[in-house]
Design a protein around this ligand. Structure first.
Ligand code: TYD
Length: 215
């Protein structure tokens, strides 16, 4: 069965989760197929438990490799329980983050190397990739400033990292975007919310096979 898998990526503070929700709200009435909205890390009961462990600020001693493996473990469970069954049923899947987050945050941010992190993720996903990825592009300084403004006391362990870490993550995303120009489309997320959502919808409409969307 034909399916279509879209992931949304971006640095912390890109406004991803709000954008995903609005894009789906606006697109939903025009879709011909069923769809599913999910997120990582998490997306299923077991995967959400792993998410809590990863993001808990109390786990400050977590080794970089442990972190990468836990993200991959959470993803493997999310694939098995949620994404693969949905794709097998011919649904559209919208995921807030996927493997590219691990390549950027753990591969580059934590210096584990993109190739190594890709390897463990290929194992976790059996090599399944999104058909389309939207990269919400916002400079790390701007993203972190947004987070500090919106929720100054609600930081998770990754958000607590210093600007130098987030700059490396951003650099990682640049590399990943350059290496996958067919799959990853860049959206300038420094603009206002309505423009960002409109851009995402336009890109999705242009990429979706005709049997997924009404005229
Ligand atoms: P998320 O809840 O998506 O945060 P946000 O709403 O800010 O996007 O993700 C939590 C954190 O986990 C975020 O800082 C990015 C990080 N992350 C990784 O480091 N590797 C991964 O594979 C994933 C999926 C997320």
């Amino acid at each position: 069965m034909k399916s279509f898998f879209i992931s949304f990526e971006g640095p912390d503070g890109a406004g991803k989760s709000t954008v995903v929700a609005q894009v789906v709200r606006e697109l939903a009435p025009r879709l011909k197929t069923q769809y599913l909205v999910t997120r990582e890390p998490g997306g299923s009961e077991i995967a959400e438990k792993i998410r809590q462990m990863i993001l808990d600020p109390a786990n400050s001693k977590m080794a970089a490799k442990t972190e990468a493996l836990l993200y991959a473990a959470s993803r493997s469970q999310h694939m098995a329980e949620v994404i693969l069954p949905a794709l097998a049923a011919g649904k559209m899947v919208f995921s807030d983050r996927f493997v590219d987050s691990s390549l950027a945050y753990q591969g580059v941010g934590r210096d584990l190397g993109i190739a190594q992190v890709k390897q463990i993720n290929d194992f976790a996903t059996s090599g399944v990739e999104p058909d389309l990825t939207l990269f919400l592009d916002v400079k790390p300084e701007v993203g972190l400033a947004r987070i500090n403004r919106l929720r100054p006391h609600a930081e998770d362990r990754l958000e607590q990292e210093k600007l130098t870490f987030h700059k490396k993550v951003y650099q990682g995303y640049q590399e990943i975007c350059q290496a996958n120009p067919q799959r990853i489309k860049i959206v300038d997320a420094s603009r206002n919310f309505t423009q960002v959502v409109a851009d995402c919808i336009k890109i999705i409409e242009n990429s979706l096979p005709i049997d997924f969307i009404k005229d």
